[in-house]
Design a protein around this ligand. Structure first.
Ligand code: MSP
Length: 521
């Protein structure tokens, strides 16, 4: 049995519609999983929605609708269409209000209770509903004399309840040991350092239930309490693939094929939940911990985390309507080192769109097709070689592969786009339009045109995970389907093998891949 490469995004709160911060994480996950699929691996890509807790209950109440109706509407009308628009190829979509999730959460919780990891206690302390997090007094900031959450800038609330507690503190040493032995398990390094020093400072046990509202999964042995929303939400990664099902059932087999997760992609705001609480829950249940938690940075507006609650959220559609979906997918991963914060700027995106996508990539494709049409009747000439281009391609593939597999999307994309620049330089240097003036140059001219088209074949494969629709158009225009098959079936390991496009392939002009932008926006 082969283990799938299993990647998850956080499950998003459906208190509101998605903004580009949410899209940033999910696009990164989509690019990484498409890349792994093109490496020939079995892949499982999960995303979904986090639908319980006070934040969602309150927003539903403010809108005079029942919370279930609220989340159903947002998932149907906003979240799922948003992922479709962005061409996200997730294999599953989990909602925490689904029975497959709630039942497995209850079973998991009961087993932790039975094995002595849960006890009754009293919680008293500040809570931020925006983060759905119990806060330490020292973390809070003061705004207008009130104790506020540093992320949301809103007053915290005082919780004073009899709750059920998880013995989180019992796992401190084991977690530290885990990160010492497996430095890759929490990345980038700055994130791992943060987690290690947090653990070294000591952790308290965690209240894992609430009794003052009922929008959540009921604690199986106590009908007055619902499961704390984060405890419920973190379990999605495992419930979605069959946690707690018997090993010979469908769910159990799925679990064996997918668990542990290879990568949990998260924003840095939710790192501790994923790198402290979640692995401890798994350790308590005797399950494997995730292989890697990767915390990326924030998209900022005015120096602060973009968020709907601060009215700084930009809807992905505002950008895709102007630049197109593939430019959106490309831009954020290209412009911001994954792991660092970055500001979205309309000007920077326009500049990169024009220079990197329209000029370097789009023009190369259209020039190549136009010249093959003009000088070779639209038919690909005989195979040719250029050792410089071949070496550059080899290097680009190996750099891109190691960068992308290490979640350095920027490094991977730059390696590929550097190859694209190299091909442009080759065309400029060889001047096929001058060669075409002398009939005696026909062989050389055809060689240049073959090498250019063959380089575009490689670019279509390498950029496909990032810009699937555009690369599909290019693949069609190269007439590559017939001999090479589907673009998505092309393997990264074969991409640098020169000479795959067959002589005689019918090359057609592409529609403009990256049209000139309307200046009014
Ligand atoms: N529901 C929890 C996650 C539970 S996972 C078991 C949650 N949801 S969220 O909708 O508030 O945010 C989820 C994720 O969206 C963040 O961790 C991050 O990945 C992404 N982002 C939200 N705002 C963002 C930015 N401004 N910038 C980049 N990513 C952002 O937390």
């Amino acid at each position: 049995m082969t283990k799938s490469f299993y990647l998850t995004t956080p499950i998003y709160y459906v208190n509101d519609a998605p903004h580009i911060g949410h899209a940033y994480t999910t696009v990164a996950g989509d690019v990484l999983t498409r890349w792994h699929r093109q490496k020939g691996e079995e892949v499982w890509f999960l995303t979904g929605t986090d639908e319980h807790g006070q934040k969602i209950m309150r927003v539903a109440q403010e809108n005079n609708v029942d919370p279930q109706a609220w989340v159903d509407r947002l998932v149907r009308d906003s979240w799922k269409p948003n992922w479709e628009n962005l061409n996200i190829a997730n294999d599953d979509f989990i909602r925490t209000t689904e029975k497959r999730h709630t039942e497995r959460v209850q079973k998991f919780l009961q087993s932790l209770k039975d094995s002595g990891h849960i006890y009754a206690g009293k919680y008293e302390g500040p809570y931020c509903v925006g983060c759905e997090e119990f806060k330490l007094p020292a973390e809070l900031i003061e705004i207008n004399g009130e104790k506020c959450c540093p992320t949301h800038g809103k007053p915290v609330e005082l919780v004073n309840e009899n709750n059920w507690f998880f013995k989180l503190s019992a796992f401190t040493e084991k977690l530290l040991e885990h990160y010492r032995l497996n430095p890759d398990a929490c990345q980038p390094e700055s994130a791992r350092n943060e987690v290690v020093s947090f653990l070294e400072g000591g952790v308290s046990d965690l209240s894992i239930s609430r009794s003052t509202f009922d929008w959540g999964v009921q604690v199986p042995w106590d009908s007055d309490q619902v499961v704390y929303v984060w405890f419920d939400a973190l379990l999605n990664y495992a419930t979605a693939v069959g946690l707690t099902d018997s090993p010979d059932s469908e769910g159990g087999k799925k679990f064996a094929r997918t668990w542990p997760a290879d990568v949990h992609l998260v924003g840095k705001d939710i790192l501790r939940f994923h790198a402290v609480i979640w692995p401890a829950m798994l350790m308590a249940a005797g399950l494997d911990v995730p292989r890697k938690v990767f915390a990326h940075g924030w998209l900022l507006v005015g120096g602060e985390k973009m968020s709907k609650s601060k009215l700084t959220g930009i809807a992905p559609k505002e950008i895709t309507d102007h630049f197109g979906v593939d430019a959106f997918r490309y831009y954020f991963l290209r412009a911001i080192p994954f792991g660092s914060d970055g500001s979205f700027s309309w000007e920077d995106m326009s500049a990169r769109y024009t220079s990197e996508l329209a000029n370097d990539f789009g023009n190369l494709a259209s020039r190549s097709a136009a010249m093959i049409e003009k000088y070779c009747g639209g038919v690909l000439p005989a195979l040719s070689h250029d050792s410089d281009l071949q070496t550059a391609l080899h290097n680009a593939v190996s750099k891109a592969d190691s960068a992308i597999c290490a979640l350095d999307f920027q490094g991977g994309i730059v390696a590929i786009m550097d190859f694209c620049k190299k091909v442009n330089g080759y065309v400029t240097e060889k001047e096929p339009w001058i060669l075409a003036k002398e009939a005696s140059n026909q062989r050389e001219l055809e060689g240049v045109l073959y090498n250019t088209a063959e380089s575009l074949r490689a670019l279509a494969v390498l950029l496909h995970p990032v810009m699937p629709a555009t690369c599909e158009i290019l693949w069609q225009s190269l007439g590559a389907h017939e001999k090479l098959g589907e673009l998505s079936a092309q393997k990264i390991s074969d991409v640098a093998t020169w000479g795959q496009l067959p002589e005689g392939a019918k090359i057609s002009r592409t529609p403009v891949l990256f049209p000139r932008l309307e200046t009014s926006a």
